[in-house]
Design a protein around this ligand. Structure first.
Ligand code: SF4
Length: 293
């Protein structure tokens, strides 16, 4: 049986915004006897469960937070009504909105202020995209792809911002479809650098391996997108949340395995996957001491 090599990428796992949000969340649980998180802090079940053990409660809406207690806005951000409701109820708001997400909210608000028709390239059901629309005073439309333009009636002055996890080619397609239809087009490329770096490194790795393992929450938009673009290279790609999901038979006929992880995946989850792969590979491992990421 041939040897098995395990390769990783430098750009994997927690991004700046998620690390910052987690830090703020942990500090909040130490400082406040009662702290609520407005939705799961990140799309990673294991991390959310750990925070719950520290005393953080996940709520769906600010109305569920008791007056004079504390609540955390997650990295995806929240709309202005949430901030107002917190002030009204005298809830201390700890704002973990990622600064890059804040930049999108500000761009959308500015474009709406200048009376552009604002398009938010993003996922309709995603809280980040919805909060961006809210910051534009509701005067923005979420669009998932250029194909949807036909359904929404385009005016002559259009501005585009993107949910941070979007793909650059999706934005390029939207811009080139819009351009012939408008007299003025403003585009804020608000795709997060962390996301595009992860995507590029993961695609480059996927092109060199026989099997790609993408680690991260099933509800994490950026992890799902990583899995999607790795799969698009033609390399077999498995998306898992934890090491326990790895199957020995996936390694049959495989000589090189690549590992990558979404921006909300803790370093420990990546390490656990690498350890489990080494166990499953047994004697086939070429260099068990080689770093995976
Ligand atoms: S992926 Fe980028 S925008 Fe999103 S939380 Fe991380 S650093 Fe912020």
């Amino acid at each position: 049986m041939s040897e098995l090599r395990i390769l990783g990428v430098d750009e994997a796992g927690f991004c700046f915004g998620v690390r910052r949000a987690l830090q703020l969340a942990k500090e909040a649980t130490e400082k406040h006897p009662e702290v609520a998180c407005l939705g799961p802090l990140i799309h990673n079940r294991q991390v959310v469960e750990d925070l719950e053990r520290r005393g953080m409660r996940v709520v769906e809406d600010i109305s569920e937070v008791r007056s004079h207690s504390a609540a955390l806005v997650r990295a995806h951000g929240a709309g202005p009504t949430v901030y107002q409701a917190a002030r009204d109820a005298q809830v201390e708001l700890i704002d973990a909105t990622c600064p890059f997400v804040r930049r999108v909210q500000q761009a959308a608000a500015q474009f709406a202020e200048e009376d552009y028709q604002v398009l938010v390239l993003g996922e309709r059901d995603h809280p980040e995209a919805q909060a961006i629309v809210a910051h534009a005073g509701g005067r923005a439309t979420i669009i998932e792809s250029a194909a949807e333009l036909e359904q929404i009636g385009i005016t002559k002055r259009v501005a585009v911002v993107c949910q941070t996890t979007q793909r650059i080619d999706t934005l390029q397609e939207l811009v080139s479809t819009l351009l012939p239809c408008v007299s003025e087009l403003r585009v804020a490329n608000t795709i997060c650098d962390a996301t595009s770096k992860r995507q590029k490194a993961s695609v480059a790795l996927a092109q060199q391996v026989d099997l790609m393992i993408v680690i991260g929450g099933y509800h994490s938009a950026n992890t799902n997108r990583l899995a999607q673009i790795c799969r698009a290279t033609g390399t077999r790609t498995e998306h898992i949340e934890t090491a326990a999901e790895l199957r020995g038979e996936w390694l049959d006929e495989v000589e090189v395995v690549g590992i990558t992880a979404g921006a909300s995946t803790p370093p420990q989850a990546v390490e656990d996957v690498r350890t489990r792969l080494l166990e499953l590979a047994g004697e086939r491992v070429e260099d068990p001491s080689a770093p995976a990421t």
